[in-house]
Design a protein around this ligand. Structure first.
Ligand SMILES: [Zn+2]
Length: 582
């Protein structure tokens, strides 16, 4: 492997410095690379190509290398030389005839309109004009219609390259005109190998356990692994060990994971909820925690040692049957569900015995139905889907009607009024935020008296709803809390609350920083946990692009520059690249 960094300033993000510049430098993807090299060798590159695969696996890198290859004046057996004027101008982003369009942005749509007008002009500095359309599933119907003609009869000097995580959203008429390449997730070994080369070149050290943990957490996305490494390395000049990785990435410690497994097996809800409270207080990410717990249970079930860095040997003390029963309850959890029926509540419910095995009566089910209206409303709301990590263990077969995730009224276990558990499913919308101390955790306060209706404002009034006023008033506190967590600081500082409706807080992100919105989408649970904590009731978070100039309290130019610098350091520095990070 010859993937040495290309003459780049050392402060540049690792994934940019280490981006593959030739086919030979691409890690993994052997089949795709071989097919592309062959096409280049025999001069049979299709005029419209589609790269499909999970985010951060190198789709746009492959497109750029292919763009170099079809323009290179000194091909090396189908691989670009990366030294001729064409290669260099593409590598440095100076090539006029290579146009990268982020289809997810407004500017992208304009660019596609533009493209149609200019497509017939001959190239100026390259042999062939190349259009790389990233996030291409977001191309609008009108834009596709505009493109269709160009795809059917492209000028001989034009090549289209699309990259997408969701090819199923392409119109069939388009899909049938594209030559498709499937880019796969990378293996843990492949990611570890590259991380080790980066560490060696940067003269930094990390324990094998730390490298392994980063590679596992990246779940097949090299860019995620590189971004994590970047963040970890820039936070300290010391060597990296597992504990530091866990700490900086917001992972729970092994004792907490093992303790939660104990609580699950013993169906000790109180102990489990104390652990969840402690995680909330430390701003830990519950989604990551769920993954950790599932990995640990799985390791216990198959009799393996717990995965490095994810838990200690605690769970090994339990029987396989008990571990499987606990795993089955967790397997039913839908981590993408926001708001009242969100991950926190689902984790809490998993701490109770399987309701299918518990006696149930109509009387027990009735109160639950009354206290959970918001949860059912949530179920109907659109939720974003979390990409499944490649190496997430195959969870034990869940029962088809596993009740924990369904929020069915009957799935709420019988509760005694003295238990704190009874509070967790209170109707969120009726809680006056002022009744809750600022440091309260996500657990909602008891329902308010019926004569104080604080139901969500109707959509039309959302912009000035009392809930929004409260949120704006508490905003500085929310910003302070989330800023304490370095990876989310740039996100919370740049966004603004737009509305609060039916338990969903809508946050506006500047239109020209689409990638920040997408990163925020990915870190949503941290935003949700902290906003819920300050408001004293569980809320979901929705991130939208907006014209932020119309919103109050813009950061100063200096602050804005700082935010962008931080975000670029952590997540990479342009929307086209970072769009996939989200
Ligand atoms: Zn070249």
């Amino acid at each position: 492997m010859t993937d040495l960094p290309i003459q780049a300033p050392p402060h540049q993000a690792i994934y940019r410095r280490w981006r593959a510049q030739t086919f030979a430098q691409v890690v993994g993807q052997e089949a795709v690379v071989e097919t592309l090299r062959n096409a280049v060798r025999t001069d049979r590159v299709a005029h419209a190509i589609l790269f499909v695969g999970p985010r951060g696996t190198g789709k746009t890198s492959l497109a750029r290398i292919l763009a170099k290859a079809i323009n290179c004046t000194n091909l090396q057996d189908g691989d670009p030389c990366d030294a001729c004027p064409s290669c260099v101008s593409i590598r440095e982003g100076r090539a006029m005839d290579l146009l990268e369009i982020d289809a997810a942005s407004n500017r992208g749509i304009d660019a596609i309109r533009d493209l149609r007008e200019r497509i017939n002009y001959a190239p100026t500095d390259l042999k062939r004009k190349v259009y790389i359309l990233d996030e291409a599933h977001q191309i609008t119907r009108d834009a596709w219609n505009a493109l269709l003609k160009s795809l059917e009869e492209p000028p001989p000097f034009v090549v289209f390259m699309f990259a997408s995580t969701h090819p199923q959203e392409f119109p069939p008429a388009i899909l049938s005109r594209l030559q498709r390449f499937d880019v796969r997730r990378l293996t843990t070994d492949e990611i570890e190998g590259k991380l080790r080369r980066i560490l060696t070149a940067d003269e930094r050290t990390a324990t094998p356990e730390a490298i392994h943990l980063i590679a596992r957490l990246a779940a097949g996305g090299m860019r995620d692994a590189e971004s994590m490494l970047d963040q970890l390395l820039s936070s300290s000049t010391d060597g990296l060990d597992e504990a530091r990785v866990r700490d900086l990435l917001g992972l729970a410690d092994t004792e907490t994971v093992a303790g939660f497994v104990d609580a699950l097996v013993a169906t000790d809800a109180r102990a489990g909820m104390r652990l969840l409270d402690a995680l909330d207080e430390r701003g830990r990410d519950l989604r990551g925690f769920l993954d950790q717990v599932i990995e640990t249970l799985r390791a216990g079930i198959i009799g393996a040692a717990p995965p490095a860095g994810l838990a200690d040997a605690g769970p090994m003390a339990h029987s396989v049957v008990d571990l499987a029963a606990a795993a089955r309850r967790l397997a039913a959890i839908d981590p993408s569900r926001a708001g009242v029926g969100g991950l926190r509540l689902q984790l809490e419910l998993a701490l109770f015995p399987d309701p299918a095995l518990a006696p149930r009566t109509a009387a027990a089910a009735q109160p639950a139905a009354q206290v959970m209206p918001a949860a059912r409303a949530q179920t109907a709301a659109p939720v974003t889907t979390r990409p499944a990590p490649a190496e997430r263990p195959a969870t034990p077969a869940a029962e088809p009607e596993a009740p924990v995730a369904k929020s069915r009224p009957t799935s709420t276990p019988p509760q005694s009024p003295q238990e704190p558990v009874a509070m967790t499913s209170g109707p969120a919308a009726t809680v006056p935020p002022s009744a809750v101390p600022p440091a309260a955790t996500a657990r909602p306060a008891p329902p308010a008296a019926p004569d104080k209706p604080q139901t969500p404002a109707p959509p039309a009034a959302a912009a000035t709803s009392p809930e929004l006023a409260v949120l704006r008033e508490r905003w500085p506190e929310i910003v302070a809390r989330i800023s304490a967590h370095p990876p989310t600081k740039p996100l919370i500082v740049v966004c603004r609350p737009i509305s609060v409706e039916n338990g969903i807080v809508t946050l506006g992100f500047p239109e020209d920083k689409a990638f920040l919105r997408q990163v925020a989408e990915r870190r949503k649970s941290v935003l949700e946990d902290n906003i819920s904590a300050v408001l004293g009731r569980p809320v979901g978070v929705r991130c939208v692009a907006t014209n932020i100039d119309v919103l109050p309290d813009l950061p100063s130019d200096e602050e804005a520059a700082w935010i962008l610098a931080q975000a670029q350091r952590i997540f990479g520095d342009d929307a086209a690249d970072a769009a996939e990070v989200g």
